[in-house]
Ligand binder design. Structure first.
Ligand code: HEC
Ligand code: HEC
Length: 403
């Protein structure tokens, strides 16, 4: 509050001063839609992509390279999306003002955090890795074990989990309602609301609106899919063909264009040393046959989000490819009985073919629509997501080399 009062005073005393002048307009929400979205006559943002030109197979967006995308969420106003952007980066959402959504989902790290398992409040390690948030607009299940079905329900998890953001609903509302700039922004984003004060469902909706604007569909792979064949090298095309082959079967689960079919699959990936077996979706569905089943993750921007798998077992994509090549069930602990998915096979790929698979995964990178991290926040706290975390020095060097 004090910092903000000083800045406002500075703006009055020194209206010509660049920083102070910028501050005066910082908290006016944008009224234009993010790139790739078109504003309709009714003032909402609708996604437009080249995939709209293709037919959909069974409405599910599954099939070859030129297939429509599955159903998605859009239709938020520009103001709701922009409000969500401020909230997403603002540590005021956590119990002690130290952690924001962006602390674990940083735009600098593919909207993940570079850690095998995320660290929440006071550095406490949580059970699983932070998934990317690119293209969440298309998902109908959230979390590795699919325990939430909407982005709004999902947000409740990290906000009030003592190991993550450790807030309470009342404390969250109290701190937001105490900030006049947020009050004004919520009124701008929800003009029809009559009740006084900020409500929780508005916080969830704005966060959802922002997350559905994280669209990544313009990678070199996409340009190739739309018919520009020079977008991929010969080796990358070889990799794509292996990926889609009935030998490797990757595309059966990581189905283009999203590179996930959004189903639960038991693939038998190992846990990191010393960690117990994570039963995953078995609990969500109460189904023993889904023991150690996880939601098939997207592979979009996959080179940005090492380490890999639900608990960060693998440091790089070569190790992941070797896992799939190691033989069906080879990493399942002795005495554990898993119902492995029938598309998990023993493809016997050569070293050359594994390297081409990894080449191909590198063509799925597109961060051109990365939103701006706000320079300042209504809370006066420093925006999260500007620092790079790394679990080992080795990984840091690798990702440094790649960029
Ligand atoms: C402490 C780190 C941390 C913070 C803070 C955090 N997340 Fe996450 N997020 C994770 C982890 C870890 C998972 C996976 C948990 C699981 O599957 O059990 C996850 C999962 C998700 C998912 C599901 C993605 C998918 O593909 O299933 C979404 C969406 C998400 N987080 C959004 C948010 C939002 C919005 C916030 C802020 C309100 C937030 N996260 C705060 C670590 C974090
Ligand atoms: C039967 C469905 C299925 C098939 C076939 C399959 N995957 Fe997966 N993939 C999954 C699931 C489920 C996970 C998450 C498993 C976990 O975390 O334990 C996963 C995880 C991954 C990850 C890590 C993603 C991340 O964000 O951490 C990569 C990379 C990957 N798969 C690549 C491939 C490649 C390459 C192939 C082909 C050789 C392949 N997959 C075949 C279902 C499948």
């Amino acid at each position: 509050m004090i910092a903000r009062a000083i800045i406002l005073a500075a703006a009055l005393l020194f209206p010509w001063h660049g920083i102070a002048a910028a501050d005066a307009t910082t908290f006016v929400l944008r009224d234009n839609c993010p790139p790739s979205f078109e504003k309709t006559d009714t003032g909402i943002c609708q996604l437009r992509t080249l995939y709209d030109f293709y037919d959909s197979v069974q409405g599910a967006g599954l099939g070859g390279t030129q297939t429509a995308l599955p159903a998605h969420r859009d239709g938020f106003t520009p103001e709701q999306i922009d409000l969500g952007r401020y909230l997403f980066f603002d540590p005021v959402l956590s119990g002690d003002g130290s952690i924001a959504c962006a602390s674990c989902h940083s735009p600098q790290q593919g909207f993940s955090d570079g850690l095998p398992r995320s660290k929440g409040m006071a550095g406490r390690e949580v059970a699983r890795a932070a998934p990317t948030l690119w293209n969440t607009a298309f998902l109908n299940k959230f979390f590795w074990d699919a325990r939430a079905t909407t982005l709004e329900d999902q947000a409740v998890g990290p906000l009030f989990d003592p190991d993550e953001m450790d807030n309470t609903p009342q404390r969250l509302l109290d701190s937001l309602n105490a900030i006049p700039a947020y009050q004004a922004m919520f009124r701008q984003a929800f003009p029809a609301r009559e009740e006084e004060g900020i409500a929780l469902d508005q916080v969830y909706l704005a966060l959802a609106a922002f997350q559905t604007s994280l669209i990544s569909l313009n990678s070199r792979y996409d340009r190739y899919a739309h018919g520009y064949h020079a977008a991929l090298s010969e080796q990358e095309v070889e990799g794509l063909n292996i990926f889609r082959s009935f030998v490797a079967r990757c595309a059966e689960c990581h189905t283009p264009p999203l590179f996930t079919n959004q189903q639960i699959a038991v693939i038998g990936a190992p846990e990191p040393d010393g960690l117990p077996l994570d039963v995953g979706a078995q609990i969500t569905y109460g189904a023993p046959e889904l023991k150690a089943g996880f939601k098939v993750p997207t592979l979009r921007n996959i080179v940005q989000t090492a380490p890999y798998m639900h608990s960060g077992k693998f440091d790089n994509l070569h190790q992941v490819a070797e896992f799939y090549n190691g033989g069906r069930g080879h990493a399942v602990p002795q005495g554990v009985d898993l119902h492995l998915h029938w598309h998990i096979s023993s493809p016997n790929l050569t070293e050359y073919e594994l390297a081409r698979l990894v080449d191909f995964l590198g063509t799925l990178t597109d961060e051109s629509l990365t939103p701006e991290v706000p320079l300042q926040l209504p809370s006066g706290l420093a925006p999260a997501g500007n620092t790079i975390q790394s679990h080992t020095a080795k990984t840091k060097t690798t990702s440094g080399d790649a960029s």
